[in-house]
Design a protein around this ligand. Structure first.
Ligand code: CMC
Length: 441
C-alpha cells in the first residue's frame, strides 16, 4: 500500500472549526481555531482581564488532556483497543515482522526494503560490543543492585564514551547513536544479568539474530554455540515488537523532555529507563509477579480481591490510562503465553494469575471501571517461565522500548514547533513574607 492509501484515518484529522469563548469577567468574546480536534493552549493566553494580566492558563496535572506534540509514529484508539505503528496494526506486525524491521519502521516511517534491512541488521550487529571499561563499571555495583538502576546508569555512562553523540543536529551522528543504542542496550542488559548471577560475561555472537544473540549473552554456558528454544525466541521477538513503542507515555515523555534540552540521546534514553522503572509504568510486570507471590495460594484470591476493592492496593497488571475497552497487546501476549505454557507447563503461580484474571473480568468493580488485563499482566508470566528473575522483567521492556524512544526523540528534534519543554505552574504557596530565622544564632 502506498502512502496516503490508509485503511482508516486517525479520528478528526481534518476536522476544522472554531471554539467560541466568552470571558464572563470581561464579557469579551474570542474564537479559536480547532485543528486536528485540538485547540492551541497558547490561544488561551489571549484571554486577559487587562494588559498586565498574563492570560488564561490551561491546568492539566498528569497531562490527561494535553497533546504535547504532533506525531506520525504510533496511533492508539484506547476506546476501540487499536494500536498501530506507522499505520500498521500491531497484530499484523507481531505476526509477521521482526523486531529490527519494526525498529526501522518506527524510525523511518516506512518498512525497509531488503537492502535497507540487511544494512540495518548488519550495522546493529556490528555495534553490539561495549567498551571493556563498562565491565569494571558494572563490577562496582553490589550483587543485589536492581537491574534497572544498573541499566539506567550504564546507558547514561555510554554518553561519556561517545562525546560526539551530543552533536544531535548532525544526521550522521544521530544515525550512529541510534544504531549504537539499539545494538548495545541488549549487551548491557545481558551483562547486568550475568553480574547478578555472578557469571562471566558472554560476548555478542554476530552469527545470531538480535533476539538469539541476546538470549545467548544471557544464558550461554560452556557450549560453543548457543541455541535458544524456538518457543522462547519467538516469544521474545513478539514481546519486543509489542513493547517497541506506545506513543506519549511516561517514559517517552521523559525522553522527549530531556531530549528537548538537547542532551545527547544516551542521556535522554537513560531518563526514559528511569521513568520506565516505576511500578505504575514498566515496573508493573514485576509488580504483577510480586503480587502473585504475596497472594501465595489460589484460596487467598477472594480476600485479596476484597482488599483491592476496599482501596487497600491495586490489582497490578489491570487498568490502563489509555485503553478503556481492552489492551490489544494483552490479547496477543495471552495467546503467546498459552503457547509457552503448553511447552513449559503450568505451576501454582500461573494458576493464581489465571484465577485472578477470571474473577476480575467478572467482578463489577473492575468491569464498571473498565479495568482489563494490560500487557504487563501476561508478560511477567512469560518472562518467569523463561527463568528471568522478577526484577529483570522491566529491563526486557526497556530493550524493546529503546526503539520507540529513539524514533520519538528524533521526531521531536526534527519538529520545528518543538522547543525546550517547560510547563507552567499555578503557584499556590505563600505570598511574600519577611525572612525571620528560626535557628539559634
Ligand atoms: N486495581 C484496582 N483499582 C484500579 C486499578 C487497579 N489496577 N486501576 C485503576 N483502578 C481504579 C481506581 O482506584 C479508580 O477507582 P475510583 O474511580 O473508585 O477512584 C479508577 O479505577 C480509575 O483509576 P485511575 O487511577 O484514575 O486510572 P489511571 O488512568 O490514572 O491509571 C493505571 C492507570 C495503569 C496507572 C492504573 O490502572 C494502575 O495503577 N494499574 C496497575 C498498574 C499497572 O498495571 N500498570 C501498567 C500499565 S500498562 C504498561 C504501560 O503502558 O506502561
Amino acid at each position: 500500500m502506498s502512502k496516503g492509501e490508509t485503511v482508516a484515518q486517525a479520528p478528526d484529522e481534518t476536522a476544522a472549526g472554531t471554539l467560541a469563548v466568552t470571558d464572563s469577567r470581561t464579557g469579551q468574546q474570542y474564537e479559536f481555531p480547532i485543528t486536528d480536534g485540538a485547540v492551541r493552549a497558547m490561544d488561551f493566553r489571549k484571554i486577559k482581564t487587562g494588559p498586565d494580566d498574563f492570560g488564561v492558563l490551561s491546568y492539566d496535572p498528569a497531562f490527561l488532556n494535553t497533546a504535547s506534540c504532533r506525531s506520525a509514529i504510533t496511533f492508539i484508539d484506547g476506546d476501540k483497543g487499536i494500536l498501530r505503528y506507522r499505520g500498521y496494526p500491531i497484530e499484523q506486525l507481531a505476526e509477521g515482522a521482526t523486531f529490527l524491521e519494526v525498529a526501522w519502521l518506527l524510525r523511518h516511517g516506512e518498512l525497509p526494503d531488503q537492502a535497507q534491512y540487511d544494512q540495518w541488521v548488519h550495522d546493529i550487529t556490528y555495534h553490539t560490543y561495549v567498551h571493556e571499561n563498562i565491565k569494571s563499571f558494572l563490577q562496582g555495583f553490589r550483587y543485589d543492585a536492581h537491574p534497572m538502576s544498573m541499566l539506567c546508569s550504564t546507558v547514561a555512562a555510554l554518553s561519556s564514551f561517545y562525546p560526539a553523540s551530543k552533536n544531535i543536529h548532525d544526521p550522521a551522528e544521530r544515525d550512529l547513536s541510534i544504531i549504537r543504542l539499539l545494538a548495545k542496550v541488549p549487551t548491557l542488559a545481558a551483562f547486568i544479568y550475568r553480574h547478578i548471577k555472578g557469571l562471566p560475561f558472554v560476548y555478542p555472537d554476530n552469527d545470531l539474530s538480535y533476539v538469539e544473540n541476546f538470549l545467548s549473552m544471557v544464558a550461554r554456558m560452556s557450549e560453543p554455540k548457543y541455541e535458544s528454544r524456538p518457543v522462547f525466541t519467538k516469544a521474545m521477538e513478539v514481546l519486543f515488537i509489542l513493547h517497541a513503542d506506545h506513543e506519549q507515555n511516561c517514559s517517552t515523555t521523559a525522553v522527549r523532555t530531556v531530549g528537548s534540552a538537547h542532551a545527547d540521546p544516551f542521556s535522554a534514553v537513560a531518563a526514559g529507563i528511569a521513568a520506565l522503572y516505576g511500578p505504575l509504568h514498566g515496573g508493573a510486570n514485576e509488580a504483577v509477579l510480586r503480587m502473585i507471590e504475596q497472594i501465595g495460594h489460589p484460596k487467598n484470591i477472594p480476600a485479596f480481591i476484597e482488599d483491592v476493592k476496599a482501596g487497600k492496593g491495586r490489582l497490578m497488571g489491570f487498568g490502563h490510562r489509555v485503553y478503556k475497552s481492552y489492551d490489544p497487546r494483552a490479547r496477543i501476549v495471552k495467546r503467546l503465553a498459552d503457547e509457552v505454557f503448553q511447552e513449559v507447563g503450568m505451576d501454582k503461580d500461573l494458576e493464581i494469575a489465571l484465577e485472578l484474571e477470571r474473577i476480575a473480568l467478572s467482578d463489577d468493580y473492575f468491569v464498571s471501571r473498565k479495568l482489563y488485563p494490560n500487557v504487563d499482566f501476561y508478560t511477567g508470566l512469560i518472562y518467569r517461565s523463561m527463568k528471568f528473575p522478577t526484577d529483570f522483567f522491566t529491563v526486557l521492556f526497556a530493550i524493546a522500548r529503546t526503539a520507540g524512544w529513539l524514533a520519538q526523540w528524533e521526531e521531536m528534534l526534527l519538529d520545528k514547533e518543538q522547543k525546550i519543554s517547560r510547563p507552567r505552574q499555578i503557584y499556590v504557596g505563600y505570598g511574600e513574607r519577611p525572612y525571620r530565622s528560626q535557628l539559634r544564632k
